[in-house]
Design a protein around this ligand. Structure first.
Ligand code: ADP
Ligand code: ADP
Length: 235
């Protein structure tokens, strides 16, 4: 069944009057790993914001998990190009952030903190960051910070993971290592986690995604859609 569905969506920013996406439609199934590729400025981040209820389109419909999006989608986890960790919090405390905000975790957190800490530590361990929980962001490399941001995006067990160029700032070696981390994480969720990755790197998209949407120049529309069914380099 479709998990994220945009139908003929158009959005103009009031600031500057930029028509960012125009008549955009796309369907991503539950559990799928989708990538959206397109030139810089074509409206990829706008598409992300529309799909997570951070912006609302003037035209068209955005449906996530069977419901029309009318407020920020709390079951979404997000990671961006630059890791957005708070510098005065340790890695572990940064991972706790979504739990402090999103219900029902928020009300459970006070009573079951030890349980959540164990979960955060297990998540860090799974991306090769065991022991980094007590470190501050500035004590970690860029790649380690990016991994921490990923863990934070997953800590509240989101059904939808939105990745907006999360590897862009990394060196080639670290980037490919993180690709494998993400594929493993997605595979482990066994159809329960839908991922939408925005990137301008076609190689990254073909390595990671089951389905690739290509956008036109701004105002963005989906111009082609491909199912990736060939074996990946690491399979
Ligand atoms: P909305 O369409 O929801 O009203 P706005 O147009 O008010 O959104 O823009 C939201 C924020 O983004 C504003 O604070 C604005 O200053 C900022 N912004 C404006 N232009 C750009 C741009 N080209 N890229 C990124 N952010 C921008
Ligand atoms: P991409 O992610 O593909 O680079 P964006 O969705 O960020 O593209 O931007 C699409 C267009 O909308 C650009 O022309 C950009 O300047 C404009 N834009 C993006 N965010 C805002 C904003 N908050 N306010 C005004 N204009 C924006």
């Amino acid at each position: 069944r479709p998990f994220v569905e945009l139908t003929d969506v158009s959005h103009t920013y009031s600031t500057g009057g930029t028509l960012a996406v125009d008549g955009l439609s796309l369907k991503v199934s539950e559990g799928e790993f989708a990538a959206v590729v397109g030139p810089s400025g074509c409206g990829k981040s706008t598409l992300m914001k529309l799909a997570t209820g951070l912006q609302f389109p003037q035209k068209g419909a955005v449906i996530v998990d069977g419901k029309e999006v009318s407020e920020p989608v709390k079951m979404a986890g997000m990671a961006f190009q630059a890791p957005t960790l708070l510098p005065w919090r340790t890695t572990l405390e940064n991972l706790m952030l979504p739990l402090e905000i999103v219900q029902p975790h928020r009300s459970r957190l006070r009573k079951h903190r030890a349980e959540y800490v164990a979960k955060a530590e297990a998540l860090l361990e799974s991306v090769g960051l065991g022991g980094a929980g007590s470190k501050f962001p500035w004590q970690l490399s860029g790649g380690m910070q990016q991994r921490s941001s990923l863990c934070r995006a997953l800590i509240h067990e989101p059904k939808l993971l939105m990745l907006d160029e999360p590897f862009g700032a990394l060196d080639a070696f670290t980037r490919e290592e993180l690709w494998c981390v993400i594929r493993d994480l997605h595979a482990r969720m066994a159809g329960k986690l839908t991922v939408i990755l925005v990137t301008h790197d076609l190689r990254e998209a073909t390595f990671l995604a089951d389905r690739i949407f290509c956008m036109s120049q701004r105002p963005g529309r989906i111009i082609t859609e491909r199912v990736v069914d060939f074996p990946r380099p690491r399979d």
